[in-house]
Design a protein around this ligand. Sequence first.
Ligand code: 9WO
Length: 251
Amino acid sequence: MRFDVLTIFPEMVLNSAMNGVTGRAIENGLVQLSVWNPREYTSDKHKTVDDRPYGGGPGMLMKYQPLKDALDSAKCSSIAAENVKVVYLSPQGKPITQQLLNENAGLDQLILVAGRYEGLDERFILSECQEEWSLGDFVISGGELAALVIVDAISRLLPGVLGDEDSAQQDSHMNGLLDCPHYTRPEIVAEKQVPAVLLSGNHKEIKQWRLKQSLGYTWLKRPDLLLGKELTAIEESLLEEFKIELKYKKV
Ligand code: 9WO
């Protein structure tokens, strides 16, 4: 899969993406990442990418033309790509969920528009962007960090990017539940023992314990996630066990 990011801070995107899982995916050719700087598509002496808002008010907006020309270059650079989507990243967008990311992991090319200043000329959003996505109800200084989040989250869904060991299927949220707790050596830390079942070597029991903890932690920390989810009879009874064990722990 190929990602293209429109940004006036291309190094910010490239430098971050070159690390860790995404960096390896790019090195291995499983993911392609290109950046397109609107500033390189200006023709005035000052390379102007921003201008004042009509109607007045504080701040500046990104001009249509440098964005449009950068976008056209991104599109032209991959003539073979059929399944292409252009997404603007802003707090006005659709909230990003694991499901939204899963649904878009099959694209040939995802073009992410990272705005700066107070936003873009609305006509670029309307005529060039198919969708608008948001990380959540807060404002950051530009879309680059959001673009990096999306490149990372989608890359780890692509075949071959994660090893079998840390398959995305094991990730928190992949099954609509939170991750279970994890422990590593030593066996006692701050007077707390590792749960005995994890030392038992009984893989069936460990699996069931982890599911119970996932259900319990989701119920404790994010009860909203359970409202939209059908639990199986086994899951229901594991969650009841968790609640009983929690009460027992409290007294
Ligand atoms: C800045 C600003 C300053 C004064 C008054 C109102 C204002 N609004 C903004 C603003 O929303 N700036 C945005 C900065 C313009 C588009 C790019 N920027 C951005 C993207 N901020 N936050 C995001 C973002 C993207 C995805 N998910 C969460 C936040």
